[in-house]
Ligand binder design. Structure first.
Ligand code: KG4
Ligand code: ZN
Length: 356
């Protein structure tokens, strides 16, 4: 029997099982993460090995170093995830791996590792889109959540407003026309000399700052639910340079607070507009930027004022992790969407979405 037939046979046997436990691996950027998730909703273990210390020396993620660090850490995080769940490979029903988008070398380490494990065990392998993983983190933090809902996805490479019609069915309402929100945070952090990782460190610095110190634009691109962060970034960089030219010390906390407020306002404004006009009752947040304390606070106030339900994964599930991949994989497995041996890393993989 061919490998694909073996996986297909396993898949057929799984369709009638009431409880499915998936071992997932995430290596798209600078976290090597493994988790075991039951039925897409219950985390049995969630291990994240962060490479932040390694990349901090260089002021950002070095792709080649990330790939090598993933190779070193993959089997350890998988062992730990199984151990923490009180399981062995024999208790696992299926495997899942992020196959894109992300850094090609980093993705390849995870894809190769899980293809090998799948080949050796015969367990079916489910390929997962990283962005779908971020959306699915909400299924873990709110077990009662079911589609349809609106999701604001704000990460290092994405700023999307997505209508989740059903599990795995998405309609794109709006997106950034230039930079992603996380990218804007990271660029602003660099200008202020804030060490990597930029977003969380800028947010920390902003805690003691005055958000009204610097007036910054809230760009409004043509698309009703689209975002734009590049003009805001340029205005911020220019303001910082002007202050530097005057020879004055930069009021870094005030600048960070003003910049953070402008990014958060833009995200909130479009998300609330889509909630008002979209006829949905629940807004979910997803992606690394949804770990931002000001965004969480401001969105909580808006939800109370506007009367919609807000779902925010806990901070550890907003940033990259494998539990979210295990959750997304469950719904793909139920639809019979498994990989073949030709599965490859897809650095520019897009989430399949209809345009509204
Ligand atoms: O989702 P994520 O962990 O990785 C990607 O899929 O891109 O997002 C990383 C992005 C980075 O740009 C990082 O600076 C930003 O999320 N980020 C934050 C915070 N935590 C992570 N930005 C603002 N405030 C935070 N607390
Ligand atoms: Zn991510």
């Amino acid at each position: 029997m061919s490998v694909t037939e073996t996986w297909q046979r396993h898949l057929e046997a799984l369709q009638s099982k009431a409880s499915l436990r998936i071992l997932a691996l995430e290596t798209s950027c600078d976290e090597t993460a493994a988790a075991v998730v039951e039925n897409g909703r219950r985390i049995l273990s969630n291990i994240v090995f962060s490479q932040v210390d390694v990349h901090a020396l260089y002021g950002g993620v070095v792709p080649e170093i990330a790939s090598r660090a993933h190779v070193d850490a993959c089997d350890r995080v998988i062992d730990l995830a199984l151990q923490d769940a009180g399981m062995t490979l024999a208790d696992v029903d299926a495997l899942a791996v992020t196959h894109g988008p992300g850094l090609v070398g980093a993705l390849l380490t995870g894809v190769s590792c899980m293809k090998g494990l799948s080949f050796a065990t015969g367990l079916p392998l489910i390929p997962v889109n990283h962005i779908e993983g971020h959306v699915s983190a909400n299924y873990l933090s709110d077990p009662a959540l079911t589609p349809p809902f609106l999701c604001l996805v704000a990460s290092g490479g994405h700023s999307h407003l997505v209508r989740v019609e059903d599990y795995g069915v998405y309609t794109l309402l709006g997106r950034t026309v230039d930079d992603a929100a996380g990218e804007a945070f990271d660029k602003g952090a660099r200008v202020l000399g804030v060490p990597y990782p930029g977003g969380p460190m800028l947010s920390k610095l902003a805690r003691d700052g005055d958000p009204t110190y610097l007036r910054l634009p809230r760009p409004n691109p043509e698309g009703r639910y689209d975002f734009s962060f590049s003009g805001l970034k340029t205005a911020f960089v220019n303001a910082c340079h002007k202050l530097e030219q005057k020879g004055e010390p930069l009021p870094r906390a005030d600048l960070a607070a003003s910049y953070q407020k402008a990014i958060v306002d833009s995200l909130c404004e479009k998300a609330v507009l889509a909630m008002r006009e979209g006829g949905l009752s629940t807004l979910c947040l997803a992606g690394g930027v949804s770990a931002n304390a000001l965004l969480r606070e401001q969105m909580t106030d808006l939800a109370a004022r506007e009367g919609f339900r807000l779902c925010m994964p806990e901070v550890s599930l907003c940033t990259d992790n494998a539990a979210m991949i295990g959750s997304a994989a469950y719904y793909r497995l139920r639809r019979g969407e498994i990989a073949t041996l030709s599965l490859n890393a897809e650095p520019a993989l897009a989430l399949a979405m209809k345009r509204a």
